[in-house]
Design a protein around this ligand. Structure first.
Ligand code: ADP
Length: 412
């Protein structure tokens, strides 16, 4: 069974074609700057074929036609026709409190996703555009599934998801913590249990997804009981360009002093803050680490805040779960930045964490493994995340019920 996984943003569309027989990626790519000038498409397949070209794409339908072209012709061709694709799985950022698991997309589901746009104005309208364009290109008979970023966090109890503001605003606007990166936290926590040879029902796991966006989740017995991102992906701790949680009064103060509109405030907190805002150099950890090593004080401070806030979150989640069995690092930074992992382990030695420096340094660039020693009371893992695979697995599970004759795969 071949499944196409789609992550549609307002001006971009990422795709990945996955063959579910061996769960391997057959092809992947991205269409950028949709709806504007200077559109760009690039991708590659599992046989080493790749392509990149510029083309203007007025809308998501035009982008899907480029994806069709990339999959069925040219240097990275992997299939003869789109009819080989059994189903499409879409990443959807905000499912609100309506969707606590992945669902088959119907007209009703689509209008509910659209109805949640207030809670994710940058994401949900783009997903809806992507889904509608996909329906145009594939036809309505190809099943499409929505996999929500916050669904895995829907098990949080009210004491974790409620904001202590007048209750009426929760009732009126559904303002609460939803959490994001759920597919990633789910994938790495499941994999962690697998690596430990334990049933996840018996484990307390803290998963740290550290990329441009960062979030940490406390997963007790397979269920999220708390997570750092909130109503939006802005909450939590320092990220590439986002501030994470700060005193709300600081925001009001700045709005008053600087005369910022809500949109300008949003721009500063989401795009100009975090590692970039403190270092003044970059949001990319590689650049900031290089600057720190060459003596830049603000770069050093940015990375110090990052290390401090991450271990503070981990500590608070140990308290929230009354203990912890394993900590997992994932995401671009979690998977590669060994000095941050080492620092976290050293500071958490009081938890009985003992790590191996060489193994920790070795685990980079997509390698998976445990960095703690046999004597460590709490295990620490590096697990490359695979959100697309989670989307493809959920899609498969949902469509298998619908598709009576599963077509045989032509393995690549
Ligand atoms: P996103 O949240 O956009 O998916 P990623 O998970 O790709 O982001 O993470 C981006 C961050 O990961 C950047 O700060 C980058 O410096 C870091 N990163 C990615 N790859 C590497 C690498 N090979 N070595 C060191 N850091 C990396």
């Amino acid at each position: 069974m071949k499944i196409l996984v789609i992550n549609a943003g307002s001006s971009s569309l990422k795709y990945q074609l996955i063959s579910m027989t061996k769960e391997n990626t057959m092809a992947k790519g991205v269409c950028e700057r949709i709806g504007g000038q200077g559109g760009h498409v690039e991708g590659r397949n599992c046989n080493g074929g790749s392509f990149a070209y510029d083309i203007d794409m007025p809308d998501h339908t035009a982008a899907f036609l480029e994806v069709e072209k990339a999959l069925t012709s040219g240097a990275a061709k992997v299939i003869d026709s789109l009819t080989e694709i059994v189903a499409v799985g879409h990443r959807v950022v905000q499912g609100g409190a309506i969707f606590n698991s992945s669902v088959l997309i119907t007209d009703d589901v689509l209008s509910k996703i659209e109805g949640l746009s207030d809670l994710a104005p940058l994401h949900n309208p783009a997903h809806v555009q992507g889904i509608k364009a996909c329906m145009m290109v594939f036809g309505k008979e190809v099943p499409q599934v929505a996999v929500f970023d916050n669904a895995f966090h829907s098990t949080m109890p009210p004491e974790a998801y409620m904001f202590p503001i007048p209750y009426e605003y929760y009732e009126k606007y559904n303002i609460r913590r939803y959490g994001f990166h759920g597919t990633s936290h789910r994938f790495v926590s499941d994999r962690c249990a697998e690596l430990m040879g334990c049933d996840i029902e018996n484990l307390k796991i803290i998963t740290c997804h550290l990329g441009n966006g960062c979030s940490i989740a406390a997963i007790r017995h397979g269920k999220v009981i708390d997570t750092s991102m909130g109503l939006t992906p802005l909450d939590g701790f320092i990220m590439g360009t986002r501030s994470g949680g700060i005193d709300p009064s600081a925001v009001l103060f700045l709005q008053e002093k600087e005369g910022w509109t809500p949109a300008q405030t949003d721009e500063v907190l989401n795009k100009k803050s975090g590692i970039l805002g403190i270092s003044g150099i970059s949001n990319d950890d590689r650049d900031v680490k290089a600057a720190e090593l060459s003596g830049d004080k603000r770069a050093a401070l940015a990375r110090k805040i990052q290390r401090y806030q991450i271990r503070k979150y981990i500590g608070s989640y140990v308290a929230a779960m009354d203990g912890v069995d394993a900590i997992v690092f994932t995401g671009g930074i979690g998977e590669n930045t060994f000095d941050l992992r080492a620092s976290t382990c050293r500071h958490l030695a009081w938890l009985g964490i003992k790590y191996d420096e060489d193994i920790n340094k070795d685990l980079q660039k997509g390698k998976e493994g445990e960095i703690t020693t046999e004597k460590s009371f709490v295990k620490v893992f590096v697990i490359p995340t695979n959100e697309e695979l989670v989307i493809a697995r959920d899609t498969k599970e949902i469509v298998e019920v619908l598709v009576t004759t599963v077509r045989d795969d032509d393995e690549l």
